[in-house]
Design a binder for this molecule. Structure first.
Ligand code: FMN
Length: 201
């Protein structure tokens, strides 16, 4: 699709605003996310770049209307994260294929590529007014006991997806965490253009 120059300029500002609007909420509302919305989010997800176009990402997706599956995915999430993640209407597990399909050699970039795909997922969800929260805190033994995962796949993260509660509806025990200021390193801490550690940014 071709865009006019001024449309692109507006889009790029909007995109930056959305990137900054994204946050890892712990205050999920009960409002459900439809299958059509999930499909749109995954349309963005599957168009991520990947090493040799392997697309090593796989996802188990559970919505709250399938209570048994939602519980099963929740069981793969550690108790600390379960406290808030249980409220999310959509829970996911992410997996990376360990080897290249082409020649079965180890794919050293599979987790990187899962991250790229989830980056797309995150951007699309934000543009749709949704929030996601990724979790490294998963229980791999439970995941591999509860689901029939092929040997060539590793569990990478869990993801909670849904709408965010309005500030006044956030439960007392989550308030402090939800309202905590979000910080980022400055450009000169992450971009070096002379030697390591020195930056003109
Ligand atoms: C790979 C990955 C793993 C994470 N694991 C957890 C986790 O287990 N529990 C948690 O509460 N947050 C987890 N987070 C969320 C981060 O803590 C969060 O992204 C970070 O504090 C920055 O906050 P922000 O996403 O709101 O900008 C994880 C994020 C990523 C990308």
């Amino acid at each position: 699709m071709e865009y006019q120059k001024d449309t692109l300029q507006n889009l790029s500002q909007l995109q930056l605003d959305l990137i900054k609007k994204r946050k890892s909420t712990v205050a999920f509302s009960e409002q459900e996310v439809s299958k059509a919305q999930i499909e749109q989010i995954f349309e963005a997800t599957r168009w991520a770049a990947s090493c040799f176009n392997e697309q090593p990402w796989r996802f188990i997706v559970a919505t709250k209307d399938n209570e048994a599956l939602h519980e099963k995915v929740l069981n793969g999430i550690n108790p600390h994260n379960q406290k808030w993640a249980q409220n999310a209407p959509v829970l996911m597990l992410t997996f990376a294929k360990k080897s290249f399909s082409l020649n079965e050699s180890p794919n050293m970039h599979s987790w990187h590529d899962v991250g790229l795909a989830v980056g797309n997922m995150s951007a699309q969800a934000t543009a749709m007014g949704l929030y996601l929260h990724q979790m490294a805190g998963i229980v791999r033994d439970n995941i591999f006991n509860d689901f029939d995962i092929p040997e060539d796949y590793e569990a990478v993260t869990a993801i909670a997806l849904g709408y965010k509660l309005d500030v006044e509806d956030v439960p007392e025990d989550l308030k402090e965490r939800e309202q905590k200021q979000r910080n980022r390193k400055s450009l000169n801490e992450i971009i070096f253009d002379q030697d390591w550690g020195s930056s003109s940014f």
